[in-house]
Design a protein around this ligand. Sequence first.
Ligand SMILES: [Zn+2]
Length: 308
Amino acid sequence: MKFIYSPHYYADIGIHVFPIQKYHLVATALRQQHHIPAEAFVEPVAATTEQLLAVHTQRYLDELYQCQWTPRTAYSELPLTREIVDMFVLACGGTILAAKLALQEGAAMHIGGGFHHAFAEKAEGFCYLNDLAVAVRVMQQAPTSINSKKSAGQIQKAMVIDCDLHQGNGTAKIFEQDPTVFTFSIHQQELYPVKEKSDWDIHLPNAVSDAAYLQHLQAHIPKILDEFHPELILYQAGADPYEHDQLGDLRLTISGLAERDRLIFGWAQERNIPIAATLGGGYAYDTNDTVKIHTNTGIAAWEKWRNI
Ligand SMILES: [Zn+2]
C-alpha cells in the first residue's frame, strides 16, 4: 500500500489552532520512527478544475482562485491566499490519488485531506474544497478500464465513513440526494457545525469514551457495509475525538482511536472493499498527540496491507 504526501502541504495561516505542520510531522514519523520505506510514499498532483467542478460550482472556484472574500468564501475560518488555495487543490489531488490507489491495491492513506465542511458552493470552518466528495465523484466518472484488475476503474457506489469529532456536514449535503453515496458520520452532538442530514448520523453526547464509541461503530458499520455494498470507502480519520482535544468534549484515548482505525480497516479488508483513508481534524493541546493519532492510522493500514 501507499502513503500519499506532499511537502507542499504547508501554507502560512498565521497563528492558528490548526496545526498545519502536522502533515510533515506525520510523514516524518512514519518514515523515521516506523521505518516505512521511501518507495511507499507517492506525491500527488493538483486536482484539475474539471475534477473540482464534479462537486464545486464555477462561481465559487473563480472566487477562490481570485482570493475574493464573498458570501461564499467568507464562511472560512482560514485566511484566503493563493498559497492556501493551491494547498487545498493539491489536497484534492491527494485524495483522488488515494482513492485510485485503493482501487488498485486495496488500501491507501492520504497524509492530508478530510476537509468535510466544504460545500459545493461555499467554504466552512477550515475547509475550502471537499476532497472526499471530489475523489468519490472522480472515481465514479473514471472511464471503465478494459484491464480492470490493475487499473482504477469506474465505481458506482461509495461510502464515506466520517469519524471526525465534527459532523461531515459538507459531505452530507453534497450527497444528500444521491443514492449512490452513503454518508456516515459519528460526532459530538453539542458542537459546531450546524448539522446536515447524513444517511446515517450518530450524534454522541459529551464525554463518550472508548468502549461506548467503539460499540456504536460495531453496531452500525458492518451492517451498513453488508447492506449497501460500497465499491469504495473514503475514511475520514479525524484525530479530534481525542480526550485532550481543544475543540471538543469526547473522551477517546490514543489507544481507543487506534482501535477505531483497526476495526474500520478490518471490516473493509474482510469484505474486500477498497478503502482510502484521509486525515481530518486534530487540535490536541499537545500537537505531538495529534501527530501520534494520525500516525497510528497509517500504521494500522500498513500492518494490514503492507504485504499485498
Ligand atoms: Zn473536526
